[in-house]
Design a protein around this ligand. Structure first.
Ligand SMILES: [Zn+2]
Length: 415
């Protein structure tokens, strides 16, 4: 029983299990289905749910369709319940959202930035500060996705924006020109900083097409390409957390110098920068998103070149890792939609014969461009939906909990 020995520990363990089950099913399963899923006694489940409702962690609604007898209840997020603040910081803009238990996302703000760490993270820090003020004790944590390798829980490098070891937690809590007091600092709110591809892969494993897949490969394409192996539902993070970098392997035989410092990286051949280059347009520095989207929609030649490079690299990774499925998010999904046949034809000659017999399925993400944001949310709920995380929830007793000394991972925690 996971080390839960006393009745109090058992109750805390079951509260976390039940909330996690509600979260993972997207608040769609009825109380009796959850009771069966979790192998709980009916009376135990009733007491647990009643306690979680009283603590403003859950709220029950009657199921929309039910047979005769008493209407079945569906546990879901409480209107004053916990929220995860999740941000996706791309090379040219960031998006900030509030996410409820069950995964419903409300976008709070989208803001372009000038590509500097100060503008991108300073303005996001101010927005987070304002939302923390507004949501108060309801904020279970903050998750931030970034378009570069993230080391040691918060140092990010985005080579083509000239970001080197940028301290994300520091900039989020100490913007260079604060316009408002910064409630983000010293609030006791856990912060999870991670790579966008790793977060997109995590979301795909929880809510997308890698759900239930034991070994999967996820590729996220924006200005360039990131990729990571997903094993038993978790992206392989690497020793310091910066593992989602299949884009920086020389998989296509190219000789182009990559902004990362290496020669012939796969990501110089796939993504918005590569599309712009094919069309003879200016590229780099996180600029040109709209032009790249136009190239994607109109230039068959540029799309085919990207799809061929994508296919050839996928073949190399399939040879190495034998994944059951390959999923593509960001521009990757659209490349696959427009030129899936070209991609498959380009991959085939590079596959080992034994892989060619039963190639893995390749699919666009079920989550569109939302993967990185949803993965940032999942990182918050992963920590919150545990006996320790829930121990800090003060619900309708706002003068209790939180700010206890055991919540150490405040604003510099790992993803
Ligand atoms: Zn590179």
């Amino acid at each position: 029983m996971n080390g839960a020995t006393t009745s109090g520990e058992l109750r805390a363990h079951n509260r976390a299990r039940l909330l996690r089950a509600v979260h993972e099913c997207g608040a769609t399963r009825t109380r009796s289905q959850l009771t069966r899923d979790l192998d709980l006694a009916r009376g135990t489940a009733s007491v647990l749910v009643a306690g979680l409702v009283a603590d403003e962690l859950l709220h029950e609604e009657p199921a929309r369709e039910h047979g005769r007898g008493r209407p079945t209840q569906v546990p879901g997020p409480h209107p004053r319940g916990p929220v995860a603040l999740a941000a996706d910081v791309r090379e040219d803009a960031w998006e900030l959202a509030a996410c409820e238990l069950g995964g419903r996302v409300t976008v709070l703000a989208v803001r372009p930035h000038d590509g500097t760490p100060e503008d991108a993270l300073g303005t996001l820090g101010e927005a987070l500060g304002a939302e923390l003020e507004r949501f108060g004790h309801r904020v279970a944590g903050v998750g931030v996705a970034l378009a570069g390798p993230v080391r040691h829980g918060g140092l990010v490098d985005i080579a083509h924006l000239s970001w080197h070891a940028v301290d994300v937690p520091h900039l989020l809590t100490h913007p260079p020109t604060p316009k408002a007091p910064l409630p983000l600092a010293g609030r006791g709110v856990p912060l999870f900083v991670g790579n966008d591809t790793a977060f997109a892969a995590l979301a795909e494993a929880r809510r997308g097409r890698l759900r239930g897949v034991r070994v999967g490969l996820h590729l996220h394409v924006d200005f360039d390409l990131g990729g990571v192996l997903v094993v038993d539902g978790r992206p392989l993070g690497g020793a310091a957390g910066s593992g989602a970098e299949f884009g920086h392997m020389p998989l296509t035989g190219g000789e182009r110098l990559c902004a990362c410092g290496a020669l012939g990286c796969w990501s110089t051949e796939v993504g918005a920068n590569a599309l712009l280059r094919h069309a003879g347009l200016a590229h780099g520095g996180g600029r040109g998103r709209e032009q790249a989207e136009r190239v994607l929609a109109t230039s068959r030649e540029a799309v085919a070149a990207n799809a061929r490079a994508l296919g050839r690299g996928i073949a190399a990774l399939v040879n190495a890792h034998d994944p059951e499925a390959v999923t593509l998010s960001g521009h990757g999904a659209e490349l696959y939609e427009r030129a899936g046949e070209t991609l498959r034809a380009a991959a085939e000659p590079y596959l080992m014969a034994i892989r060619r017999e039963v190639p893995p399925r390749v699919e666009g993400s079920a989550l569109g461009w939302r993967g990185a944001l949803l993965g940032a949310m999942e990182s918050v709920f992963d920590a919150f939906l545990t006996p320790e995380g829930l121990g800090g929830w003060r619900g309708n007793h706002p003068d209790q909990g939180r700010d206890t000394p055991d919540r150490q991972n405040v604003m510099n925690s790992t993803s």
